[in-house]
Design a protein around this ligand. Structure first.
Ligand code: 5GP
Ligand code: ZN
Length: 143
């Protein structure tokens, strides 16, 4: 369950202090030390799983089930205009702690400290190519 060298397992255990936002049997939520924006929260499963690929459905269900109410708590506390919910998987995607976590980043405007960039490449993809890409992924989704 707990991984010895994992900083988030240590936080769950109380070996490293954290600013707790929410806790139940399966989930722990606490403030991200970087506070990209005010109220930036991490939601983690108490079971150590490295990333989304290693996550059993039940762990994912229990984790995501708590996201709406924690998000609403942040909204009620600080009245952000919006919230970004994301999880980085793999170093290239920005993952630096290898215990699954969901970032809740409340948004207070476009210059609030969080700057996602979404390039559009829709002109490069015909409907036919999109169908072929979707088919490729669909065939590799295993239950
Ligand atoms: P990642 O980069 O893996 O998506 O997110 C890891 C997050 O964990 C980072 O945003 C980082 O600020 C946060 N973090 C790393 N170490 C600690 C810590 O000891 N305490 C808290 N509260 N957050 C941490
Ligand atoms: Zn862990």
């Amino acid at each position: 369950m707990i991984h010895e060298d994992c900083i988030f397992c240590k936080i769950i255990n109380g070996d490293i202090p954290s600013a707790k936002v929410y806790e139940d049997n399966d989930v722990y939520a606490f403030l991200d030390i970087s506070q990209v924006t005010k109220g930036h929260t991490l939601v983690i499963p108490k079971t150590h799983v490295k990333d989304i690929y290693q996550t059993p459905e039940e762990v994912a269900s229990n984790l995501f089930a708590q996201i709406p109410k924690i998000s609403k708590g942040i909204k009620e506390a600080f009245q952000p205009e919006g919230i970004n919910i994301l999880s980085n998987t793999g170093e290239v995607a920005g993952q630096s702690v290898f215990h699954l976590h969901i970032h809740l980043i409340p948004r207070y405007g476009k210059e609030d400290g969080f700057k996602p960039t979404w390039e559009t490449h829709s002109e490069d993809y015909t409907q036919e190519v999109l169908q072929s890409i979707a088919k490729n992924i669909h065939e590799k989704i295993h239950n």
